[in-house]
Ligand binder design. Structure first.
Ligand SMILES: NC(=O)c1ccc[n+]([C@@H]2O[C@H](COP(=O)([O-])OP(=O)(O)OC[C@H]3O[C@@H](n4cnc5c(N)ncnc54)[C@H](OP(=O)(O)O)[C@@H]3O)[C@@H](O)[C@H]2O)c1
Length: 331
């Protein structure tokens, strides 16, 4: 659902090359049926299905797994019904990632499907793989939260125990904002420019704090400021933490390497080296580098916001839920 948007299109691409999946329904908002290649010409002769207006009865008849690549507030109009009908549902929006009161505070809107909130498993495989395996409803993580959570999971317990609040400086390409017609996202506003927005006031803060607190087993606070990069896809999060009271650099690097040694989509850079967005663009990888310098731990995490930050992780979640190879459709 929502296949005219960026994450919808990326999900379609992943599923089109997936050996265990067959795309049976593409839903859009508009009344006019349209062949998918006329929306995304790159999909000509790959996915020639007709897209039709969202119809839950039709989707329920045709699909075992449903991806909701819809804006927040729209997903919660449909997700509950699909869950009740026994579908496996993966929601890419923020509608089921937070408790209702926190969601309502940060998103400034009422939650209209509180009944299904507790059914949704937070879909970060590196934290919740076992829960995802048995789930029929997954709240797919946000792009910034995925980049930050993976960068801090190995030391979340130490951060929480010491009450240290990391400072997170994140940068995202423009597709992170979706396919919106908005003046500040126009080419001439973004190209040759670089700006921060929602400084320490972004709606992804409670999600970052919630996933890290869950990993640490106690409350953890962060400071988070995002920036808009003049590129199409990719996120870099640079995180600063005072080194005092943490293990030495070598041991920290070992903790990261061991934590992610068996993870199919997280790569730890050699000691002291930092990954770049170009290393992960168009892949489902999150690359992490860690260095200690002049009293600070500096962690850099990069991923593709449309893949590990959205659709790639959604397909990864489907693979886990359905018992497929976790990497199918993604490498
Ligand atoms: N972009 C990212 O990097 C990213 C990363 C992680 C999570 N997410 C989340 O994933 C979701 C989709 O993001 P996106 O970037 O793909 O957004 P997008 O490019 O703006 O696409 C949104 C899709 O939803 C449809 N839609 C909008 N309002 C609707 C309504 N009232 N009823 C039915 N359909 C409606 C749009 O249809 P029209 O074409 O008709 O407008 C479009 O197909 C969002 O919740 C976003 O927060 C995005």
């Amino acid at each position: 659902m929502g296949v005219t948007g960026y994450t919808g299109a990326e999900t379609v691409q992943c599923l089109a090359r997936h050996r265990n999946a067959r795309i049976t329904s593409l839903s859009v908002r508009s009344e006019e049926p349209v062949k998918y290649p006329s929306v995304y010409p790159a999909m000509g002769k790959v996915v020639d299905l007709e897209c039709s207006k969202i119809n839950i009865d039709d989707i329920s008849d045709k699909c075992d797994v449903v991806f909701l690549a819809l804006p927040h507030t729209v997903s919660m109009e449909y997700a509950g019904t699909l869950v009740e009908r026994g579908k496996k549902v993966i929601d890419l929006s923020a509608d089921y990632r937070l408790p209702a009161d926190v969601y309502e505070k940060w998103f400034g809107t009422a939650h209209i499907d509180k009944a299904h909130l507790s059914r949704a498993v937070y879909g970060l495989p590196e934290l919740n793989r076992d829960k995802i395996r048995g789930a029929s409803f997954v709240a797919n993580p946000g792009c910034y939260p995925t980049s930050v959570a993976l960068a801090l999971l190995p030391i979340a317990g130490i951060l929480a125990a010491k009450g240290v609040e990391p400072i997170i400086d994140s940068k995202s390409g423009t597709t992170g904002a979706g396919k919106k017609n908005q003046a500040n996202l126009m080419f001439s506003e973004v190209q040759d420019n670089f700006r921060c927005y929602k400084a320490n006031d972004h709606q992804h803060i409670p999600e970052i704090e919630s996933v890290l607190s869950c990993a640490a087993g106690r409350d953890l606070k962060v400071h988070f400021t995002p920036h808009l990069l003049p590129i199409r896809r990719g996120i870099m999060s640079t995180i600063y933490i005072p080194h005092a009271g943490f293990p030495p650099a070598e041991e920290l690097h070992k903790m990261y390497s061991e934590k992610y040694a068996k993870e199919p989509f997280v790569r730890v850079s050699p000691p002291g080296e930092f990954p770049e967005i170009a290393h992960v663009a168009n892949t489902n990888f999150c690359d992490i580098g860690i260095k200690v310098a002049r009293g600070l731990i500096i962690i850099v995490s990069v991923l593709d916001n449309l893949l590990k930050g959205a659709s790639g992780q959604a397909v990864e979640n489907m693979n886990i839920m359905c018992g497929f190879d976790e990497k199918e459709g993604l490498v």
